[in-house]
Each structure stands twice: as C-alpha cells, then as structure tokens.
Design a protein around this ligand. Structure first.
Ligand code: LLP
Length: 468
C-alpha cells in the first residue's frame, strides 16, 4: 500500500502538502542538530522544508528519510563560496557520493557547481544518470576492476590511481585509447588524526594509496608513459575529523610532493585534499565550520606554495558527510516498550540497523526528538531499539525523551551521511523511501522497497518447487 502511494507521487511530480497557517516560531532545543529549515509549527509538530513531518509519515510511511534541500544546497554553497574567498587559485568541490549516492542528490550537487567523487562502477553510473559531466567526475577505489577502469575511460572521467596493479592496467588501456587518459595518484601522506580507526586513512598503515616511499618510482613510471596524463595528486586522511591541524598539515605535505614531481619533469596542476570534515551528531560534537575548514586548508596550501616557490595548483576537495549529513533526518514510528525495573526501558522503532548501521558499526551516537509533540518536556531516559533480531540493534543508548506512546513519531537527526548508503535488507526489511522537501513541496527521490524488490534476484530451481 505504501509503495502504491509512492508511485502516485513519482508520476505526478511535485506533491504539495497543506501549508500550515497561523505559524508560530518555536525553536526546539535540538535546533542545532536539525536541518536549517526545521521549526515547530502551530500544532507543536516538527516541520522541515515547510512540510509537517507527521503528515509526511502518514503519506509516505515509515521509516522515512526526509532530506532538506535547503540545508544540502547551503552546505554546497558554503564550500564553493569559501574556496573562492580564501583560495587565491582555481578550485573545484566534489561531492563524495559514497556518503549517499542517489541520482537526485548528485543532480543537486551538480546544479550547485560541484563535481562528483565516485568509488565504484555503480556510483559512476549514478552520477552519469544524474547528468553530471564526466570531466567533473573522479573515480577512486583501492581495487578497481578492469571493467570499472574501462567504463571510466569510455566516459572520459578522471581516474584516481591507487596502486601499481591499477597503474599498469590503466597503462594498458591507455595504449588503445583514442587520447591520453587523465589520472591522479593517491598516496598516504603519513598524517594521523583522531577518529574511529575504521574511518582513518591518512596514516601509513592504510589499504589506500601508494606508500610515500614508492612515489619516486611512480613518478618515473608515469614519465615514461606519455599516454597517461598525470594531472594531480590525491590524499584523504579520514572522516568525521574535528581537529583543525591535520588538514592544514596535509595541504603543506601535498605541496611538497608537487615540487618532487616537478623534479621528474611532471607539471602537476591539481591537488585533491580529500574530505573528512566532521559534523554534529550530538551537542558534545564541536566541528569547525565549513568556512573555517576551507580557510585553514587554503592558507596552508597557498603559504607552502609561496615558501617552495611553486605555482598554485587547482585545489580540489571532496566532502561527503559535511554536505549531506546534517540535511537529513529519519522519521520512525514508535512501537513496543519494555521496562525492566531498575535496569532500563527499551522503546522500539520500526527500523534500526538496516536503515542506520552506524551505531552498531562505529558505536556512533545520535539524538532524537518527538516530532508530534515538540515542546513536551523530557520525562525519562530510554534506550531506542531497532526491530532487528540482534541485541546490538540499538539506535540510541540513553535518549532523553518526553513520555512516548506507541504510534508517536520519533525523529533521529543528522542521518544523511552513510545511512542510506550503508543500509541493508537485514531480516528482509525493505529499505525506506527518501523524500526531498523544499518550500512546502515533497518529492519522493528514492522509492520505498517492496517485498517484490526483496526477492527480485532470488531464483527457485525447478527441483525445489513445492507443488503441495
Ligand atoms: N574522499 C575519500 C577518498 C574518502 O575515502 C572519503 C570517505 C571521502 C572523500 C569523504 O569523507 P567525508 O567528507 O564524508 O568524511 N562509513 C563511515 C565513513 C567512511 C568514510 C569513507 N571515506 C561512517 O559512516 O562514518
């Protein structure tokens, strides 16, 4: 039934929700963690992008990812504007689509002038379907297949080469290609930062990129292969980083490598410093702003270029989380409650680790609000549990919430990055729909999966058919 509703919306294009009248501005205590357009309306219900969240859930079902277009666009603009303000050379922001690869999201990023960083044939396909120009697409990955490399060459995007096997494969493909293939080389800069060990990549013991010790050989090899055009160097030190210094250090280190490449007669025009800026998931998180981050990186690169007397490269960065993370919330319906006296009260929601695997994977913390009674006071500390058959399927440990009832709508904030993109069908739970909201309009941009979707790739060999 839910999927029928979704289809109807897809066919009719923009779907307008009733506008609220007599609105009063009530700021929620969690305003900082909510998308920019969030407010409590006169019904004391959460509204995002001018759409009442409870009404969206009635219309599109739950769980529901609700993506605020204004917040996403504002973050894109902050990166673009800050670069043009603080970096004296040319620049290009890429959206790291691993954070959430979807046709509509890539299309919005492209409208804002961003290019796209992709890490697989699937993400590349998605970006192309969104109409992103291949010259603004960069293919990453530590184990790209020959097919993926050929797909990239065929469409004309830039390949960020990660290792020797790939360099050789690209070299072979280049022999037969009509024109020289644009590549960048990724290396591990040897910069440590404090973040979860699974999402740290800049230290030397990382599966990504060339070890710096091997870079001289890479430069020599590339110099001997003129069918490969080395346009840039790439490094990424990790994700959800709050410290300011590591990215500044990275800028300096990368410029030094530019000088090294020049000593082999390679004029490198672009430096890509990766992504990694952290966001606020809880009130305890204190990341720098996008502007501060861009300023720090820009100054580090410009200063080092001056010191080394090298030309300013075109500066690329590829944020994911800080673009899309704060723009989305996940709305769930509250279901069962289990109170264990003196121990804990569990409140279960109708999703969990299948739509947000980050708490179980990285022990990530989130915060939630009750979307249908925004001004209700905190009454208890509860554990928000998912619906999956796994004790670790906890969305939030120790959430402070008002009194809740089954049927209430719980909104978990800042779920735009690495939630949908890492979602699964564990327990054969269909992935939720995503609705894009802006100025009172709501569009489904990813339809809710159906049970038919779940068994689409199942096959039943003839000898297993049960005929009663
Ligand atoms: N560039 C490269 C080469 C990357 O590997 C990444 C993230 C980014 C850019 C974007 O980083 P961001 O701006 O989003 O921090 N699943 C984990 C995060 C994995 C990050 C992977 N690489 C999570 O949920 O926290």
């Amino acid at each position: 039934m839910v999927s029928t509703q979704v289809k109807a919306v897809e066919n009719t294009g923009r779907q307008y929700l009733p506008q609220q009248s007599g609105e009063t501005e009530t700021r929620s205590p969690n305003q900082e963690l909510l998308p920019l357009s969030a407010r409590a309306n006169e019904k004391d219900r959460l509204e995002i992008g001018g759409c009442d969240v409870a009404t969206l859930v009635e219309q599109f079902g739950s769980p529901l990812y609700i993506l605020d277009e204004a917040t996403l666009r504002a973050a894109c603009r902050q990166y673009v504007d800050s670069l043009s303000r603080y970096y004296p050379g040319e620049s290009q922001v890429l959206y790291a689509s691993k954070a959430w690869s979807a046709v509509a999201i890539c299309a919005i990023a492209a409208q804002e002038g961003l290019g796209i960083d992709v890490v697989s044939g699937g993400e590349l396909y998605t970006a192309l379907e969104a109409g992103v120009k291949p010259e603004k697409i960069y293919l990453h990955g530590n184990n790209k297949s020959r097919e993926e490399l050929e797909q990239a060459v065929a469409c004309g995007c830039t390949i960020v080469v990660d290792n020797w096997l790939e360099l050789q494969m690209v070299g072979e493909i280049a022999e037969k290609a009509a024109e020289a293939i644009r590549i960048m080389v990724r290396f591990t800069p040897g910069i440590e930062c404090h973040t979860h060990e699974y999402i740290r990549t800049g230290h030397l013991d990382s599966k990504f990129g060339f070890d710096p010790e091997g870079m001289d050989d890479v430069f020599r090899w590339v110099k001997e292969h003129p069918r490969l055009s080395l346009i840039g160097l790439h490094a990424h030190i990790g994700s959800q980083i709050f410290e300011r210094q590591p990215h500044r250090d990275l800028g300096g280190v990368m410029v030094q490598w530019l000088g090294k490449a020049a000593s082999y007669g390679l004029q490198i025009e672009q430096l890509n410093v990766g992504g990694g800026l952290g966001i606020r998931y809880t009130e305890a998180d204190d990341p720098p702003s996008i502007e501060e981050w861009v300023k720090g990186v820009s100054e580090a690169i410009a200063d080092e270029c001056k010191a080394q007397q090298v030309n300013l490269p075109k500066l690329l960065c590829e944020p994911g989380r800080s673009l899309i993370g704060p723009a989305c919330i996940t709305a769930y319906r509250i279901g069962s409650r289990k109170a264990i006296p003196g121990i804990r009260t569990y409140i279960a929601v109708d999703g969990g680790m299948s739509d947000n695997p980050r708490p179980i994977t990285y022990q990530s913390s989130y915060r939630a609000v009750l979307a249908n009674r925004m001004s209700a006071s905190v009454a208890e500390t509860v554990t928000i549990a998912g619906k999956h058959c796994e004790s670790g399927d906890i969305v939030i440990h120790d959430a402070e919430l008002p009194e809740t009832n089954s049927g209430d709508i719980l909104v978990v904030m800042a779920t735009g990055a690495y939630n949908y993109s890492m979602a699964s069908n564990y327990n054969r739970v269909p992935r939720p729909a995503t609705v894009l909201v802006a100025e009172g309009a709501a569009n489904i941009i990813i339809a809710r999966e159906t049970y038919e979707d779940l068994i689409r790739h199942d096959r039943l060999p003839e000898r297993l058919v049960n005929r009663g």
